[in-house]
Structure formats: C-alpha cells, structure tokens
Design a protein around this ligand. Structure first.
Ligand code: OAD
Length: 251
C-alpha cells in the first residue's frame, strides 16, 4: 500500500464533511466515454461545432443528430459502477456530505448519494429553448428530430452547452460546500473546465486536504493535490471504503 493511500485512509476516517468533485472519468467504467484524451468525445467531434449554444441555435437538427441522440443511446445503457457505489458508501459512513459532479448522467443519485450538485445540469430532463416548458427525457417523442415543444420551439437537454452560464444555485452551493469541507476528493476530472476546476483551489485555500483519484496526472496533481492516488476510480474507491470500514470497526 502506498503512503498516499494510507494517508488518504487516515484523513477520510477522521473526516465529517468531505466533498467529492467528479468528472467524466468516474463514469468511464460504466461505459460512458470521457471528453478528452484517448477515445474522448471531443477527439471525434468538435465541441465548438456541436456542443456550443450558438451551434444549437443555428442548426438544432445537426446538434441533435451528431451529439444529443448519441448521448442518449450511451446514457440509456449506463449503470452506476463500483466508484459511484463507493461514494454512496462514504456518505452512509457519515464521511461524505456532498457530490459536485460535472457529469449529466445521474449515476451518483442512482448509486445512492443524496446531496448531488449537478454543476453542468442533467440529461434526465429536457426543456424548450423558446418557452422553457420542461419534460423528462424518457418521455420525449423522438419520432421527429429535433423534437418540438407545443409552442413550436425546439427541445434540448437541461445540460449546459458551451457558451452558457452555470446555473446560479449550483455555482453558489458548490463554492459554499468547497469552502467548508474538510476533505475534497477530486475524481476522474482533467480539471480543465472552469469554473468547476476552481473548486479544489477553494477547498485547499480553506484548509481542506485534497485527495485526487485519476490514472493520469492532471494540472492539479503537482500544484495542489496533497494525496494523489493514481489508478481507476472503480478500483481505488472500493479499496478505500473497505480499508476505512476495517479501521472504523477496530477500536
Ligand atoms: P475529461 O474528459 O476532460 O477528463 C476525464 C478524466 O478522467 C481524465 O483526467 C482521465 O485521466 C480520467 N479518467 C479516465 N478513466 C478514469 C477512471 N477509470 N477512473 C478515474 N479517472 C479516469 O472530463 P471532465 O474533466 O469531466 O462539459 O470534463 C469537464 C467538462 O468538459 C465536462 O463536464 C464537459 C466537457 O466539455 C460540458 O459539456 C459543459
């Protein structure tokens, strides 16, 4: 066992209000490809052409055909993996308070985490770009692409496109819980997209220990991660939880 792993177990065993910031990497083992790096979605399609709000406003059919329909196919098949379950276990143990996720797949909630801030929105819901009428994605009639609202406007997922603002409440609460946490777990994110990537800095500046779980080094690893744990989240998180459980059971 590495020193970082041992230290992470010690720190988490003492923690009472840890926060996790998660990214696409935590869902890779659920079959959802990441955005960057090998096999990443942005290697296949240009986000400025297909994931920018201006692209959607100009040509919603193409954005639906190239991006949204494929996302739906992938997300419909996905289930929580051992990393999602590990975070739910940490909440049950009274260690983890909140998950801030950049993912739109809803897998943290399905695994059992109760306080999940969906920083970039959710794919589970859609709304009309024109009148804001809302509907669950599972209820959307996809016989016509792009699907339309009764007002004639186009439906779109409740996810943030590039060029759009983070929902105020999600940003405000994320900043609050990051400033107040005792440990921040940064899992499966390249930490390249702002303002999500600033949360570990807020946590560290306010005295939290930053534990990073990722098979690759990121821009945070050298700069602010106190305890980098190199590896797949689906392997490391269950090992952490198992060791913490043993520790808590031993007086
Ligand atoms: P990225 O695709 O940028 O980064 C994924 C990270 O996961 C990388 O650092 C990988 O090394 C790591 N990774 C891969 N497999 C892993 C595994 N099994 N366990 C742990 N980590 C693993 O994804 P994000 O950082 O989430 O925004 O990207 C941030 C935002 O950029 C997304 O929310 C999305 C995208 O553009 C919007 O769409 C608005």
């Amino acid at each position: 066992m590495s020193d970082s792993f041992e230290n992470a177990v010690n720190v988490l065993t003492q923690a009472k209000k840890a926060v996790a910031l998660t990214g696409a990497g935590i869902s890779v083992e659920s079959g959802i490809p990441p955005f960057r790096g090998k096999g990443g979605l942005w290697e296949k399609i240009d986000p400025m052409k297909y994931a920018h709000i201006d692209a959607f406003l100009e040509d919603p059919k193409t954005v639906w055909d190239v991006l949204i329909k494929n996302m739906k196919t992938v997300l419909d098949k996905a289930h929580p993996n051992a990393a999602h379950t590990g975070l739910a276990d940490l909440e049950q143990l009274g260690i983890l308070q909140t998950v801030i996720t950049q993912n739109v797949d809803g897998l943290h909630q399905r695994a059992g985490n109760r306080d999940v801030i969906e920083f970039h929105g959710s794919f589970a819901r859609m709304h009309c770009q024109s009148c804001d009428w809302a509907i669950e994605t599972a209820q959307v009639d996809l016989s016509e692409i792009p699907p339309r609202c009764g007002c004639g406007g186009f439906l779109r997922p409740d996810c943030i496109f590039f060029g759009e603002l983070i929902p105020h409440e999600a940003l405000f609460r994320s900043q609050q819980v990051s400033a107040a946490c005792d440990v921040m777990l940064v899992i499966g994110t390249s930490a390249t997209v702002q303002p999500a990537a600033s949360m570990p800095f807020i946590a560290r500046d306010n005295g939290a220990v930053v534990i990073e779980i990722n098979p690759e080094p990121t821009s945070l690893t050298q700069r602010i991660s106190h305890l980098p744990l190199m590896g797949a989240a689906g392997t490391i998180l269950p090992r952490l939880v198992g060791t913490i459980r043993q520790r808590l059971a031993t007086p």
